[in-house]
Write a protein that binds this ligand. Structure first.
Ligand code: M6R
Length: 365
């Protein structure tokens, strides 16, 4: 089953261009059409006035990324909730807000219970973004979008995450269309962005040898800090989760603008700092945050694109993808943080596919 690969995680990282193409295929055929979300979508989507996303772990980080897209492209208010917190909170519910659950397995207990709870609180309809057909969560939802990542076996979620991002981006643009905020020209542009995405992801995969060289350095460290801003802050969170989950290196992620509010105190020469810094509107801000790190002796490992115009200097290492891909940039930048975690784990000799204490599908509380 593994073919030329050593681990399922590695295989699943490399399957991402195909997983993305398969998931995008229906969108390229139909455009950003409501039917992509199921037969009830045309009746339900035009009525919603807000979105509440509920998920756990990596799926929650996909939701955090989606908040940026949904609010900026669709102009709809969007909250993102951790399922295990939401279900025990006396939560305020607006019946016109669409509940969106995100789950690779479709069987995560906290997400399932949070969905039931949202219905009890008064939410009327829910969309499930799920990778496993006919699992519990999509069965309990009025609307569904199946990601087509194929079976994901490694405990660390990789191809499920990037296909979830594509599903959520599709939701944002579709809602934007329904609300008259996306012109035909913009729609064509977003379709083009999707069309080019698997190729850009392939470019990111080709960076593996350089990333491995970084990972070998990380393997000797006890801690790491991940920084990003805006759309790339959730990718920093995902990078930190991947690293701690499979290599057991303690990693934390912060929005780079928060450095001065606490985490800068941790920075010294023993603390590698990974920065997700493609050429988006916050790049200049990120650059000045990086100077704050350098001034304290922190060593920077920067994932950028050609348009970010970084050069290497003492204590600043840079790996770049060829060009900036616009609003889908978080999908491309998910790849290097997955590869970094994978190789750090290999160098430390941990069980990559079955990290200690964790299960693939969390069906207990
Ligand atoms: O199947 P789900 O997407 O509902 O799972 C949610 C989390 O348990 C999962 O993403 C977990 O955080 C992964 N092991 C992260 O790699």
């Amino acid at each position: 089953e593994l073919g030329p690969y050593s681990h399922f995680m590695q295989k699943e990282i490399y399957e991402q261009p195909k997983a993305l193409s398969d998931t995008i295929e229906a969108v390229l055929d139909a455009g950003f059409a409501m039917q992509l979300f199921g037969e009830n979508a045309e009746a339900l989507l035009p009525k919603l006035t807000g979105v509440k996303i509920i998920a756990c772990g990596t799926s929650y980080y996909a939701g955090l990324t989606a908040k940026y897209w949904i609010e900026s492209i669709a102009g709809v208010q969007c909250d993102v909730e951790i399922a295990s917190e939401y279900r025990y909170r006396n939560a305020w519910a607006d019946p016109q807000h669409l509940v969106v659950t995100i789950s690779q397995s479709g069987e995560t207990l906290d997400t399932m219970e949070a969905l039931k709870y949202a219905k009890e609180r008064g939410h009327q309809y829910a969309l499930s973004i799920c990778n496993v057909r006919e699992s519990a969560i999509p069965r309990a939802s009025e609307l569904v979008f199946y990601t087509r990542a194929g079976a994901e076996i490694g405990v660390a979620s990789t191809k499920a995450f990037t296909t979830q991002l594509v599903a959520l981006f599709t939701l944002a643009v579709t809602l934007g269309k329904v609300r008259g905020r996306v012109s035909a020209e913009q729609e064509a542009g977003y379709l083009d962005d999707l069309r080019h995405l698997p190729g850009s992801v392939q470019h990111a995969l080709n960076l593996e040898p350089q990333i491995k060289a970084w990972a070998d350095k990380f393997a000797a460290k006890d801690h790491a800090l991940f920084l990003g801003r805006g759309l790339h802050y959730p990718i920093a969170l995902e990078g930190a989760l991947k690293l701690k989950e499979i290599s057991y290196i303690h990693a934390e992620a912060y929005p780079a603008g928060e450095l001065k509010h606490g985490p800068l105190a941790l920075v010294d020469s023993a603390m590698p700092v990974v920065v997700i810094a493609p050429n988006d509107s916050l790049l200049e801000k990120v650059k000045s945050n990086m100077q704050e790190v350098r001034a304290r002796g922190g060593e920077l490992f920067v994932f950028a694109d050609a348009d970010s115009h970084f050069s290497e200097s003492e204590g600043v290492h840079v790996i770049r993808t060829p060009r900036h891909v616009g609003v889908l940039s978080p999908v491309v930048h998910a790849i290097p943080v997955q590869i970094l975690a994978y190789h750090a784990a290999l160098a430390r000799g941990t069980d990559v596919d079955k990290p200690r204490n964790l299960a693939k599908s969390v069906t207990v509380e």
